[in-house]
Design a protein. Structure first.
Length: 925
């Protein structure tokens, strides 16, 4: 259970982050970093080089979804990068941050790390996707909180990466549907990858698209430089270990299976090398150190994607080594740039000339990181770059392999050039001296920067140490490469600083020489950005505007106060359904019961109510007519023996009439006359709807056999749930997740009602007085209701509780009980002598919210028995109890809260409504 404990501990750090901030302020980075290293220790202690470590905890057994975790070489590599770099960045943040922003920052950073750890350890497709989306959300929030200028870049980042999430979702759904399992290992090893080229191609392309959006590959690269508005710690973690590395991990994870698709290798190699060249070219032309590093990340990720596309064991070894090298030099680079900016007030290259005397050690560490980024010995970056070039040289046919290697070398030349451009102003002597007419940077007072200096030094020096002692990395990178290439670790060669004189070394030396010449040529020459009429940022902006415009057009179909406009879509859908009904005809239904005269009378009563609504000229008359039709249906249900349905319908009719009458106070007394043409259309629509309903009734009642699902409920409900009320057991046991979703909708409805009626244009509209009062004295008019209410309301409240408690075995349940309770409240309201003060002053939003919280809490209790929302059963003597009753209580409160909100808000006078808004808000707070 070590892996499960490690993941739980990572998420526990997220929960503890606010407490650490309250106790230690911005220095909370220290205990959180210690916790992250402790989690890393747990992961390493679980590592077994001889076999893959697997652990599992049931989540949704019915869907074969579990919290499955797997620790192999690939997962270990990325877990070490995520947690180790995360710890260093948190320590750096403790000195970098200002106090007001610390609580949210530390919570999101630890959540980012926990989501990444869950992602790399996941052995379940659903868990993998959830963790993937959590990284998207964390990155968006971290960028968003970086200041007013961060809103648009954060939104663009979310749009691009969320689009990749949709691609991954499609891939996950396809995998589960075709392989029949959610277990990641089994799905990737399924023979379908080799047997069905179409399946392999579709999933491979979807996975590649998802990874490319996350890893900023062309044409999805624009979000990464755009996100540089984030502070240095966020940029360091996002670029070095978290967000962008998620895409690389996904490609390496799927590479053994997806390589069966012919498009996989050309797609990754082509897009990767193009992105590498493009990113390096843009980086050379940037004068902002942070922007330069951002485009550098795009370029380096392109090389990683391309070498993963090669797919050989050597290529996977190169990718694994470069993941570590890139994490070290890029984290040191971004943190170093942040430190330089704090100490000098600028990160513009031309403004930093002559800064060596001011920075010294910090400049030296940033230079060390840049040397590794340029691939110069004896840094780890040199080893990984040489492995990358060797992988391209051995990729395919000699002609193709040399073509790939030359393109990669061109990217390496530009890498050396922008690395040199980055550090030239920081160098001592003439190389870093200010040009004539320039003034060097001015030192700025800042808090103690020693902590930041140490944090920058750790990855920079590690890049040097691991370059000189490269074999020390073998236990980490060789198993990762073996897992990504699906070969034994012994068949993967080790990494060394010196591999002898070979073609890769010659290409590497060529890149260093040419890159140095280019970098020196650019020294002192401002390189303006390439003029662009079109860019990735503009593309995302246009896409965003297009999506919003499309949504507005779709919304315009129903964005109208006219009922006819809102009925267009339902009428079209009903018409489509009606067209399919004749194909389902199986003959006339057979009725064993005789047709009674009472049935005819009730039918005529319903028809009379409907006709009265159609010809009514007053709104109150129409409401009364609707009530007549509804109560006639209630009587019909009783005659047919459906007592529980009749009770529900009766309560709904009562409350509907009450709410509609309250709404009437704010509307004109008479209905607006309609035009003759509109009446004809309404008659045609009504006849069509009636004919469709009749045909549907005949078709579906003609299917006399009981469905398998219905037979299962009838047969197993008592045994599985302990209840005999089939309807209630379906709502709170078998389909509780559906019911929970409906409760959330009810909670949203309560909030919406309150928000809608809080609008001043709604509450300030003058109320029409004297529209329905039979007596001039309001108190005299309420005498009858007051007298009856005192007797009936308590009985209804008791009946409400009784219906709730008996619902599992007899007609009743949370929904019906809530309707009874709400009807009692309506009676109390109607019996009140004045509408100026609400009779129930409790927060109805809190009541509805409590219902949702109770329902969710009951679902979490079900995890004790292995599944969310699974009811727990226990006996107290002869009394059998179940948590389904508690869930039903949540249903009760949610329904009761939304009805109370409607009555409370609509029943108040406008002036009092404004005052009640404020008191309600205070009660919620």
């Amino acid at each position: 259970m070590t892996l499960l404990v490690a993941v739980a501990a990572a998420w526990l750090l997220v929960a503890l982050a606010p407490a650490f901030v309250r106790l230690t302020g911005r220095h909370a980075g220290w205990p959180l970093a210690a916790g992250m290293l402790a989690v890393l220790g747990l992961v390493i202690s679980a590592w077994n080089p001889q076999q893959v470590v697997r652990e599992s905890l049931p989540w949704i057994p019915a869907l074969d979804v579990a919290l499955r975790l797997r620790l192999n070489g690939l997962a270990l590599l990325f877990a070490v990068v995520v947690l180790a770099i995360g710890a260093v960045v948190l320590v750096y943040s403790s000195s970098y941050l200002r106090q007001p922003r610390s609580p949210g920052f530390y919570g999101l950073m630890t959540a980012f790390a926990a989501a990444m750890l869950t992602l790399v350890l996941a052995d379940d497709l659903v868990v993998l996707f959830v963790a993937w989306e959590l990284t998207t959300l964390c990155s968006y929030l971290l960028i968003l909180r970086s200041g007013p200028a961060a809103k648009e870049p954060a939104t663009r980042t979310l749009l691009v990466t969320a689009a990749g999430g949709l691609a991954l979702l499609a891939a996950v759904v396809t995998l589960i549907a075709r392989t029949g399992t959610t277990e990641l290992t089994a799905a990737l090893a399924h023979p379908l990858w080799r047997e069905d080229p179409g399946f392999a191609t579709v999933v491979a392309v979807l996975v590649a698209l998802a990874a490319m959006t996350k890893s900023a590959q062309f044409p999805f690269h624009s979000w990464l430089p755009d996100a540089m508005v984030a502070p240095a710690p966020v940029s360091a973690y996002l670029h070095a270990a978290a967000m962008v590395k998620a895409g690389i991990f996904l490609l390496m994870l799927f590479a053994p299976a997806a390589s069966a698709a012919a498009i996989w290798s050309p797609l990754l190699v082509g897009v990767g090398l193009w992105t590498a060249l493009m990113g390096a070219f843009f980086a050379v032309r940037r004068a902002d150190m942070k922007e330069l590093l951002a485009y550098s990340t795009v370029s380096q990720l392109g090389l990683l994607v391309a070498v993963i596309g090669v797919g050989t064991p050597t290529a996977m070894l190169a990718a694994s080594a470069h993941v570590v090298a890139h994490a070290l030099f890029k984290s040191a680079g971004f943190m170093g740039v942040g430190l330089v900016e704090k100490r000098t007030g600028t990160r513009i290259l031309t403004e930093l000339r002559g800064s060596w005397g001011m920075l010294r050690w910090d400049a030296a560490m940033l230079i060390l990181a840049a040397v590794s980024m340029a691939g110069i010995p004896p840094m780890l970056g040199f080893i990984s770059k040489e492995l990358l070039l060797d992988s391209f040289l051995t990729a395919a046919s000699p002609a193709l392999s040399w073509t790939l290697a030359i393109v990669a070398t061109a990217g390496a030349v530009l890498t050396v050039a922008y690395s040199l451009r980055l550090v030239l102003p920081l160098l001592p002597g003439r190389l870093g001296a200010a040009q004539p007419g320039e003034h060097g940077p001015q030192a700025r007072a800042w808090r103690d920067t020693r902590t930041m200096s140490v944090a920058v030094s750790v990855p920079a020096i590690l890049g040097l140490a691991l370059g000189a002692g490269a074999p020390l990395l073998d236990p980490l990178v060789r198993p990762a490469a073996a897992g990504a290439a699906r070969v034994d670790a012994v068949s993967v060669s080790g990494i060394y600083l010196w591999h002898g004189v070979n073609a890769a070394l010659l290409l590497s030396v060529t890149a260093i020489v040419l890159g140095t010449l280019v970098g020196l040529r650019l020294r002192g020459t401002p390189v303006p950005p390439t003029p662009q009429r079109w860019s990735g940022v503009l593309a995302v902006q246009y896409a965003q505007r297009g999506i919003i415009a499309l949504g507005r057009r779709v919304g315009d179909l129903t964005r109208s106060d006219a009922p006819a406009a809102n009925l267009v879509v339902p009428i079209v859908l009903i018409g489509a359904a009606a067209a399919a009904l004749p194909a389902m005809w199986r003959g006339w239904p057979r009725y064993d019961e005789p047709f009674l005269v009472l049935d005819l009378l009730l039918l005529l009563l319903v028809a009379a109510g409907v006709i009265a609504v159609s010809v009514a000229t007053r709104r109150l008359t129409a409401i009364i007519s609707v009530g007549v039709a509804g109560f006639a249906v209630v009587l019909w249900f009783l005659v047919l023996g459906a007592s529980d349905v009749a009770v529900t319908q009766l309560l709904v009719e009562i409350l509907t009439v009450v709410v509609m009458v309250l709404v009437l106070r704010r509307m004109p007394r008479r209905l607006r006359p309609s035009r003759p043409r509109r009446r004809v259309l309404a008659v045609i629509a009504a006849l069509a709807a009636g004919a469709t309903a009749t045909l549907a009734a005949l078709v579906f009642t003609g299917h006399r056999e009981i469905s398998d699902v219905a037979a299962f409920f009838l047969r197993e409900a008592k045994e599985l749930t302990g209840g005999t009320n089939i309807v209630n057991t379906i709502l709170v046991d078998f389909r509780a997740l559906d019911t929970l979703g409906e409760l959330v909708v009810l909670g949203i409805a309560a909030v919406s009602i309150t928000a809608l009626l809080e609008a001043r244009r709604a509450v300030d509209r003058p109320v029409r007085e004297g529209t329905s009062a039979a007596l001039s004295n309001a108190r005299a008019n309420a005498v009858f209701l007051t007298t009856v209410g005192r007797i009936v309301a308590p009985v209804m409240v008791v009946g409400s509780a009784y219906a709730l408690l008996r619902g599992h075995n007899d007609p009743g349940g949370g929904f019906i009980a809530a309707l009874i309770g709400a009807a009692a409240i309506a009676l109390i309201y109607l019996a009140a002598p004045s509408d100026e003060i609400p009779r129930i002053e409790r927060s109805y939003l809190a009541i509805a919210g409590a219902g949702v919280v109770i329902a969710v809490g009951t679902g979490l209790l079900g995890l004790l028995d292995g599944s969310f929302l699974r009811p727990l059963h226990f006996d107290i003597g002869s009394l059998h109890l179940t948590t389904a009753l508690v869930f039903d209580l949540g249903v009760y409160l949610a329904v009761f809260g939304v009805i109370l909100a409607a009555i409370n808000r609509l029943g108040l006078s406008p002036a009092e409504a404004v005052r009640t808004d404020r008191s309600s808000e205070r009660s919620v707070r």
